[in-house]
Write a protein that binds this ligand. Structure first.
Ligand code: C2E
Ligand code: MG
Ligand code: MG
Ligand code: MG
Length: 287
């Protein structure tokens, strides 16, 4: 009975682990210079009001393109930036860039105005109490724009006083608070009743299975109903097909964000996208 230790497996696992650590270290070093080297850019993904067919706002999403490494996904570089102060500098830059929308985009009065700009706020920003630094930018935005700050469920793990205070600060400045990637964290639901939250963004994971998979349909339907009972606006993330859209519309979702309507686009492309959309609001369903 010759039992052999799978040596190769162990070696290759260590090598993989090693390569990973090296990449993270190298990215961390390059990320520290990314802003100075002009490697960071900001995209916007428009959001649609399902009832009116009008554009309600858009989410700002960060992009990093390094000359030697190439494009790096935010899924990879945001967690690295959260390990130190980098995420503060990056989010400052994003807020500063968001003010450019005032020059390059003008939503029509009585139409889709004000336009809501969504910003992803890392938990570390809340925990380091750096939110007030970012709020100053929202005061410089003109009357055409409002802001929504997206927080992931992790922020609400064990609701503490600080988080409640930060949320009150947002409300007092007219900034909406949303729960991003709802349903993927591990928090209990207590925060939904105790804290000032305005918007629930249902994660793509749940949207992927509809229509069709019974359990996911029940879940999404129940989440929409619960959110509405709590006076929260509901947004479905990652809607890719007309079938998903129509099902969500039937179930009373308020807004959608996803490739079925638009991928993230350059800030300078927003006006054209907006004008084109307003010529035929439901054209995207006919593709
Ligand atoms: P998120 O906040 O949940 O953003 C939505 C992500 O889903 C974006 O990916 C978007 O491009 C993608 N998406 C939207 N609709 C669809 C769809 O229909 N199909 C598919 N397959 N994907 C869709 P992205 O831009 O790669 O960002 C990934 C994550 O990185 C974000 O998830 C967010 O957690 C983080 N992130 C991006 N920018 C920032 C930022 O400025 N600050 C912070 N803290 N995090 C950011
Ligand atoms: Mg988000
Ligand atoms: Mg999200
Ligand atoms: Mg998500």
């Amino acid at each position: 009975n010759d039992y052999k230790i799978p040596v190769n497996t162990i070696v290759s696992y260590n090598e993989k682990q090693n390569r990973r650590l090296k990449r993270v270290a190298s990215l961390k070093e390059k990320l520290a210079k990314a802003l100075k080297n002009d490697e960071i850019s900001i995209m916007i993904q428009p959001r649609l009001n399902v009832t009116t067919g009008k554009i309600s706002g858009g989410e700002l999403l960060m992009r990093w393109n390094n000359s030697t490494v190439g494009p790096v996904s935010p899924v990879e570089f945001i967690p690295i930036s959260e390990k130190d102060d980098q995420i503060f500098y990056l989010t400052h830059y994003l807020m500063k860039e968001s003010l450019k929308l005032g020059d390059i985009f003008a939503p029509e009065a009585g139409n889709d105005r004000p336009f809501s700009i969504s910003v992803n706020i890392s938990p570390s920003i809340i925990h380091a109490e750096k939110l007030h630094d970012l709020i100053q930018y929202t005061e410089k935005a003109g009357p055409d724009f409002t802001y929504e700050f997206e927080l992931t469920e992790g922020v609400f793990l064990g609701v503490d006083e600080r988080v409640a205070d930060e949320l009150k600060l947002l409300q007092s400045r007219g900034i909406a608070a949303s729960v991003d990637d709802f349903g993927t964290g591990y928090s209990n639901l207590e925060y939904l009743q105790d804290l000032n939250i305005n918007v629930l963004k249902i994660d793509k994971k749940f949207i992927d299975g509809i229509p069709g998979r019974g359990k996911q349909q029940h879940l999404v339907r129940a989440v929409i109903q619960m959110a509405h009972a709590l006076n929260l606006l509901t947004v479905a993330e990652g809607v890719e097909t007309p079938e998903q859209f129509l099902w969500l519309q039937k179930e009373g979702i308020d807004e959608i964000q996803g490739f079925v309507f638009s991928k993230p686009i350059e800030l300078v492309a927003l006006q054209d996208f907006y004008d084109h959309h307003n010529k035929n609001r439901w054209a995207f369903l006919e593709k």
